[in-house]
Write a new protein. Structure first.
Lengths: 160, 104
């Protein structure tokens, strides 16, 4: 696993996420969010979870980002000001990051490096999904169906 | 310097904090949803990192949890954005400060 690639992808991902959180124009923020999600998918590839990386690209970049862009276009008004950063929220986020980083830095058992492993094949994932995880799989299917029907009901025009 | 578990966790913590920043400090509903998505993605990165650096990487539990978490994040995004559109139809704005009909 290349450390330089890891650092470069980390900088890309965090810069994209920061731009998505702080930019004034919504559509630019949504496009920066795509950059952050692609960086995360690259992380998954580097860490040996290729299937999760592909799912990340399909679901987040292909579906969620497009959904966000559609919502922005449907709710856009020319005169709308998205507002700046509320500094109290920024302070809370910085404090949370400081606490998390302090806890990670102070835990010695987390400083382990990776050992080379053979990649998890899709066949293995599919077999596990269909044997030990078949109930969660069905529940996620029901949840997705319910969520999509609920989303449709929410945005349906009211008939008088 | 090699890639270690703590480096992954630091990146994930930074991503979570950026999501928290977007969710807490913006007044626009879509930015709040973007922040929530970023926080969920940071949690996924943690799952994958702990699976990869854990004692038994051949056991794909972390990958399974990450896949289910991505599916749930997709459902959350669909319902959240539908709510934004429904609220926009009612108030003609997506600024969360203006959603004050239930305010005491």
């Amino acid at each position: 696993m290349s450390t330089i690639a890891f650092i470069v992808i980390a900088i890309f991902t965090l810069a994209g996420a920061l731009a998505a959180a702080c930019l004034r124009k919504l559509i630019h923020a949504a496009l920066c969010l795509v950059v952050a999600f692609l960086g995360l998918a690259a992380f998954y590839f580097l860490l040996g979870a290729e299937f999760v990386g592909l799912v990340q690209v399909f679901v987040y970049v292909g579906a969620v980002a497009v959904l966000i862009v559609f919502t922005i276009l449907l709710t856009r008004r020319v005169d709308e000001d998205t507002g700046g950063i509320n500094w109290a929220g920024a302070a809370v986020a910085a404090i949370v990051f400081g606490g998390l980083a302090w806890a990670i830095y102070r835990t010695p058992s987390l400083a382990i490096s990776s050992s080379p492993i053979e990649a998890l094949t899709v066949k293995q994932i599919g077999e596990t999904l269909m044997t030990s995880y078949v109930w969660p799989l069905q529940c996620v299917g029901v949840l997705l169906t319910a969520a999509l029907i609920g989303a449709l009901v929410l945005v349906m025009e009211e008939r008088r | 310097m090699t890639v270690s578990l703590s480096l992954c966790l630091i990146i994930s913590a930074a991503l979570f904090s950026i999501g928290l920043l977007a969710a807490l400090s913006r007044r626009h509903a879509i930015f709040i949803l973007i922040g929530i998505e970023l926080m969920l993605a940071a949690a996924n990165l943690n799952f994958i990192a702990f699976w990869r650096f854990g004692p038994d990487p051949q056991n794909p539990t972390g990958v399974m949890v990450a896949i289910f978490s991505i599916a749930i994040a997709a459902a959350e995004a669909a319902v959240g954005l539908a709510l934004v559109i429904a609220v926009y139809r009612h108030y003609r704005t997506t600024n969360v400060r203006r959603f004050n009909q239930l305010k005491g």
